[in-house]
Design a protein around this ligand. Sequence first.
Ligand SMILES: Nc1ncnc2c1ncn2[C@@H]1O[C@H](COP(=O)(O)OP(=O)(O)OP(=O)(O)O)[C@@H](O)[C@H]1O
Ligand SMILES: [Mg+2]
Length: 232
Amino acid sequence: MFLKSENLCKSYKTGDVVTHVLKDVNISIEKGEIAAILGPSGSGKSTFLNIIGGIDRQDSGKVVIDGVEISNMSDKELVEYRRNEVGFIFQFYNLVPNLTVKENIEVAVNISKNPLSIDDVLKAVSMEDKKYRFPRELSGGEQQRVSIARAIVKNPKLLLCDEPTGALDYETSLDILKLIENINKKFKTTILIITHNTALSAMASKIFKLRSGEVADQIENKNVMPAERIEW
Ligand SMILES: Nc1ncnc2c1ncn2[C@@H]1O[C@H](COP(=O)(O)OP(=O)(O)OP(=O)(O)O)[C@@H](O)[C@H]1O
Ligand SMILES: [Mg+2]
């Protein structure tokens, strides 16, 4: 198993009120798989993804990625893990506004151990002709392509996508999903996608439904559909 969470728990305390956001979440994903997490707003999806990606910490439970337990790493080890093993794609791109497309990707290259070539990844996301533009000179879909390039240039083992198409129209969303699918095929990257959109989960071989911090359902999808055939 490539990714495994065991009895993962997380709560937040605001004032005297404790909210249990993750309650014994157990999830397993095989290497090279595309998995989806579905669930209503507030069900704990982002919290879960952030712990898997080493951005946040669990209260209890265990996370193992490719045979290495990350849940007991020191802060320093966790930074290395985040830099070298994980690519993140967010709903609102999170590009650095005063850096060009190329420079945004260079930031990731400079901190990673085995980066791919910037030109290759720009080609992979069809942005090679816009590498000297600034984020404000790009459409939302183009900005998301750049953020995908930035995530994959590190050649990460794991790509975590938090509502990657949440801010995009239908056609652009399909383009981005096709891109994510191609990355999975080309680099054998294990991919975990969070979405509100049940239709998107058709491209995942495993689907987890979160409800109030619990895995309410887990589906093995035997008929994975290519992104280009997904409709909603
Ligand atoms: N830093 C924090 N402090 C306090 N509560 C938090 C914090 N982060 C998240 N929460 C709470 O944890 C719960 C789960 O949040 P989370 O962001 O994981 O939900 P989500 O499933 O990603 O929702 P959405 O679909 O709206 O993005 C929410 O009730 C939220 O208010
Ligand atoms: Mg979220």
